[in-house]
Every structure is written in structure tokens, then in C-alpha cells.
Design a protein around this ligand. Structure first.
Ligand code: SF4
Ligand code: SF4
Length: 204
């Protein structure tokens, strides 16, 4: 699917219509031609009867100057995200914990560190105990059994697998590296079998 900006001719292409809509929104906010039209209204001049031909195919230079799409902006983990914890250590004497996640954990636990910019709430004692991860998209990794339902359900690709070797519940976890892309659809929370996902709207 594609979208061509009627103001500047920029071509946006993506196979996912939801992602394409996000790309259109980002572009419409950044489009310099649209912004110029808003700031400096052009006086109306009588038009001649023959309108200029409109090309439906943007030029090579227009395509090359397209701003980064929403997909490109969110495709990679946050560059330089801070990491202050390790997933290895001496914590091997732990058993799998049953769900659900404690919805009040933010008032009971402390932030023990960051992993690629994502908060990690303690207690932690890797590799057997790794705590609850995230701010808006939160998952109790000590409960997660890694069936992947949340990853499959998420329409905006918030998660990617993170290896957690030596953890008693599962040796990989759905890392919410793109949690800032969350649209709060609640799909991941609703599909999680052990109910270890909790979504917080911004500011909660
Ligand atoms: S609430 Fe929806 S958008 Fe947000 S992480 Fe879960 S599935 Fe993805
Ligand atoms: S749905 Fe729940 S148990 Fe399954 S991978 Fe996601 S967080 Fe883990």
C-alpha cells in the first residue's frame, strides 16, 4: 500500500495499513509544504482555465528527500538505551512463579536498573529472578512462560525476544523495547495465559 502527499509529493509505502496510517500522520506533521501553507497563506490568484498537469509518480529527488517513516523510526531498539543490569549472576536457586502480575507493583517495588533504556523493577537476582520490566508495557518476567502470545497479538511490534538463559519459567522473554510505540489496545494483556502483562496508560 502507498500514500502520496498531495502537498509535496512524498511517497510513503508499507504493506501494513495501520503502520502506513502512522507514517502518514508523522509525515503530515513534518511536511514543510503543508507547514508553509499554514504559516503563510498564499493570496488567491485567478487560475487560467487549463490546470497544470499533475504527476502521480513522485520524482526521484522527492522520494530521496522523504522524512524517515514511522516504521523506520521504530524498527530498531532505542539507540544508546542505558543498560545498568546484567542477566547473568549467581541467582540459580529459584522456581517458576505463578501469575498474575501484581497490578500494584509500582508502589511496592523499586527500580533496580535499566536494560537498553527499559526500567527493571526488583527484586532481581539473575539469572533465576529478573523482576518486572517496563513502564507502560510491563511484564513480570519471573512469571512469563514465553508462549509468544503477546508478541503475536501486538499490532505495532512493541516486543522482541530477549534470551534469559537459566530462568526457571522460560529462557526467553518478550522484551518491550519499543514500548513508546504502544497504542494501548490491551491485546497483549488479554491474551497472556499466566496474566503476567499489565498495561499502564501514560501517567499511571
Ligand atoms: S497494549 Fe497493544 S500496542 Fe501496546 S504492547 Fe500490548 S498489544 Fe502492543
Ligand atoms: S503472552 Fe504472557 S506468558 Fe506469553 S510470552 Fe507474552 S508475557 Fe510471556
Amino acid at each position: 500500500m502507498e500514500y502520496i502527499c498531495e502537498s509535496c509529493g512524498t511517497l510513503l509505502i508499507h504493506s501494513n495499513p495501520v503502520t502506513l496510517d502512522s507514517m502518514k500522520d508523522v509525515h503530515n506533521q513534518l511536511c514543510s509544504v503543508k507547514r508553509q501553507n499554514i504559516v503563510t497563506p498564499v493570496p488567491q490568484v485567478p487560475q487560467k482555465s487549463t490546470p497544470p498537469a499533475v504527476s502521480t509518480t513522485p520524482s526521484q529527488s522527492q522520494t530521496a528527500l522523504s522524512p524517515p517513516s514511522a516504521e523506520q523510526a521504530s524498527a530498531a531498539p532505542a539507540p544508546g538505551g542505558q543498560t545498568t543490569i546484567s542477566l547473568t549472576g549467581s541467582g540459580t536457586n529459584y522456581s517458576k512463579i505463578e501469575g498474575p502480575i501484581d497490578p500494584e507493583f509500582k508502589s511496592k517495588r523499586q527500580i533496580k536498573g535499566m536494560y537498553q533504556g527499559i526500567k527493571v523493577w526488583g527484586p532481581i537476582d539473575p539469572p533465576g529472578q529478573v523482576g518486572i520490566w517496563g513502564t507502560e508495557v510491563t511484564v513480570d518476567f519471573d512469571i512469563c512462560i514465553a508462549d509468544g502470545a503477546c508478541i503475536e497479538a501486538c499490532p505495532v511490534n512493541v516486543f522482541e525476544w530477549l534470551d534469559t538463559p537459566g530462568h526457571p519459567a522460560s529462557e526467553k522473554k518478550p522484551f518491550m523495547i519499543r514500548e513508546k510505540d504502544c497504542i494501548f489496545c490491551m491485546a497483549c494483556e488479554n491474551v497472556c495465559p499466566p496474566q503476567c502483562v499489565k498495561i499502564f496508560q501514560k501517567g499511571q
